[in-house]
Design a binder for this molecule. Structure first.
Ligand code: 13P
Length: 256
């Protein structure tokens, strides 16, 4: 068994539909200048597509990595407005798939998320696969079933090695942008269920190695109690990541 300490924490900033090239580069420069513990934690910035080139150029000589918020699974062709994984060459080494905003607002299905994850891996990037239950689902006692179904539909299509190389973000929908974070107990329990599901689908080695973040109203005020928990391998941060100092505090809390 890989000890939890062997999984390198990863903290990713999801800037969502905020910042253009200039203010994105400025924010990236501010993050890179925070004196972060890069030897102990992976740090990823996910700007909107129009900021990828500027942010990538800004952090090129730093340990900060860049991720895309969204990709399409085909490599090229008549898909107006979409961005493929090969088009991210030189710009990003991570890509998010399955964010609840994409699922809820843009109709992405579990099968779409599976296709995107496969395309991200095929292109040599690291997927951050987001899963999470709605408030209605939690209140109805369906959280475990929802997570099991979302995780299984993506990870049954991968190999154990691809699974180990992936990142999963547990983001309960009710905690995103609401200021109401999951309690450390809720996050740890759900992440345990996700890891158990990965073990069922891809075996215990992949389950021990895959990194699972928590996301949903992570802030400098709650990051210590969330990120000190065994099994929570970092955070996917929305609102607080738009402030370099707040994001830096979260990165520091994730460092072992
Ligand atoms: P907030 O941190 O703003 O709740 O957003 C979380 C999120 O959706 C990150 O992907």
């Amino acid at each position: 068994m890989t000890s939890p300490q062997a999984r390198r924490p990863i903290v990713a900033a999801n800037w969502k539909m905020n910042t253009g090239p200039d203010d994105g580069a400025k924010l990236a420069r501010a993050v890179a200048a925070q004196g972060l513990p890069f030897a102990r934690v992976d740090v990823v910035l996910c700007p909107p597509a129009t900021g990828l080139a500027a942010v990538a150029a800004t952090v090129r000589s730093t340990p900060v990595a860049v991720g895309a918020q969204h990709v399409y699974w085909e490599a090229s062709g008549a898909y107006t407005g979409e961005i493929s994984v090969p088009m991210l060459a030189g710009l990003a080494t991570y890509a998010i798939a399955g964010h609840s905003e994409r699922r809820q607002l843009f109709g992405e299905t579990d099968l779409d998320v599976q296709r995107k994850t496969l395309a991200i891996l095929a292109g040599g990037l690291t997927p951050i696969v987001a899963v999470g239950e709605s408030l209605d689902q939690r209140d109805a006692g369906q959280t475990l079933d929802v997570l099991r179904s979302q995780v299984t539909l993506v990870f049954e299509a991968l190999s154990p090695d691809e699974t180990s190389a992936s990142v999963i973000a547990y983001e309960p929908v009710w905690a995103i942008g609401t200021g109401r974070n999951a309690t450390p107990e809720q996050a740890q329990e759900a992440i345990g269920w996700i890891r158990d599901t990965v073990a069922e689908v891809q075996g215990s080695t992949a389950a021990d190695q895959v990194r699972i973040q928590y996301g949903g109203s992570v802030s400098p005020d709650n990051c210590d109690e969330l990120l000190s928990r065994d099994g929570i391998d970092g955070a996917l941060v929305g609102g607080a990541s738009l402030d370099a100092a707040a994001f830096a505090a979260i990165v520091r809390a994730a460092a072992p």
